[in-house]
Design a protein around this ligand. Structure first.
Ligand code: F6P
Length: 370
């Protein structure tokens, strides 16, 4: 069947790189004589009696490669388990009916494990859908890159580095909490790039006694001998937790995918440091600005390339597949993987290879050190 109209949606947390990817889908589709419509607010936009769409053309999206967030909106709606009062109902048939009603021949879903998990299930029900990977956490399986990671890592690294100067001037421990529900990629690599002393990640529950001892030793040495630092920056992923304890949540409530909102572990850690050592400790949680602002050059290029590969997959009718990247632009290759494979297992930090479990930081062999 000739494809005449593509729908594109973005789901889950927003990320820099979404608008470049949407723009690329629109431009590539237009080049092939295919129209593109934007579906508002992720899967939410395909529920209800008369969903609205945004007809996207080359003029509308002309400068979207520079824009952060997503101009078509996003949500954490799960059509397979959608809230209806106190009940959860399966509304996936509504999505299929709306795709037909809107004359959409193919759908490009851009998202992480949740959004693409829905896409995988819809594909099994016959939906003509392909996926593009996005998440600042970089925890999606079967791809080496997910849109948003590079920009967020740069933002986090910059703030981590900036945190070092007040901490150095005032001789305190600065705890910086970054996102990362299951995976510590963002924390570990921005921590290394930004010069953090220690990084705590969800993949390796930490021993609070050891954390405190390492910090105390560092600041005590700096007090005895001024040639050494008398401060420390500790990066902690929101999903990290001390051994034997659960993650810290904001309110204990779950979203439609069963995830709790995480946050607060940084403040908890700073409190522990203050209580257990003679040193002052401050905490900052970077929150949503870490995924805000305009996309880095890498996320613009990756958005462009993912979009092109997505439209090519649509033209070949590769339903139920996700575009997977090997490497990062400009040196990268793309292939297609089954969506249900991609969402089966998370991509976590390889602790054995990349994490020093004695010092809670990136392993020295990361850069070929002894
Ligand atoms: O999935 C990406 C992510 O940024 C996670 O790191 C974080 O737990 C979550 O989104 C935050 O969710 P929300 O945008 O709903 O606050």
């Amino acid at each position: 069947m000739a494809i005449k109209r593509i729908g594109v949606l973005t789901g889950g947390g927003d990320a820099p790189g979404l608008n470049p990817a949407i723009r690329s889908v629109v431009l590539k589709a237009a080049e092939r004589g295919i129209a593109t419509v934007g579906i508002y607010d992720g899967w939410q936009g395909l529920l209800g009696e008369s969903p609205e769409v945004w007809e996207l053309d080359e003029v509308t999206v002309q400068s979207w490669e520079r824009d952060g967030g997503t101009h078509i909106g996003s949500s954490r709606t799960n059509p397979f388990s959608s809230k209806a009062g106190a009940q959860k109902v399966d509304r996936s048939d509504e999505v299929l009916a709306n795709l037909r009603r809107l004359g959409i021949d193919a759908l490009v879903a851009i998202g992480g494990e949740d959004t693409l998990g829905v896409a995988a299930r819809l594909a099994k029900k016959g939906a003509p859908v392909v996926g593009l990977p996005k998440t600042i956490d970089k925890d999606l399986g079967s791809t080496e890159y997910t849109l948003g990671f590079d920009t967020s890592m740069r933002v986090c690294a910059e703030i981590i580095e900036r945190s070092a100067t007040p901490a150095g001037s005032h001789h305190w421990v600065q705890v910086v909490e970054v996102m990362g529900r299951h995976a510590g990629h963002l924390a570990l690599w921005s921590g290394l790039a930004g010069g953090a002393f220690m990084t705590l990640i969800p993949e390796h529950p930490f021993d609070i006694e050891r954390v405190v001892r390492l910090l105390d030793e560092r600041l005590a040495r700096g007090s005895r001998d001024r040639r050494f630092p008398r401060y420390a920056v500790v990066v902690i992923a929101e999903g990290a937790s001390p051994a034997g304890r659960r993650e810290v949540t904001v309110d204990g409530k779950k979203d439609e995918f069963g995830h709790m909102r995480l946050g607060g572990i940084g403040a908890w850690l700073a409190d522990e440091i203050r209580q257990r050592t003679p040193w002052d400790a401050r905490a900052v949680a970077l929150g949503h600005p870490q995924r805000g602002g305009s996309p880095s050059a890498i996320d613009r290029l990756m958005g462009y390339l993912f979009g092109v590969a997505g439209v090519e997959a649509v033209e070949r009718g590769e339903w139920g597949k996700m575009v997977s990247a090997r490497g990062i632009a400009p040196a990268c290759d793309f292939s297609l993987v089954a969506l249900d494979e991609a969402v089966k297992g998370l991509n976590l930090v390889d602790v054995k290879r990349h994490y020093d479990v004695d010092h809670y930081c990136a392993a020295r062999q990361v850069f070929g050190g002894a």
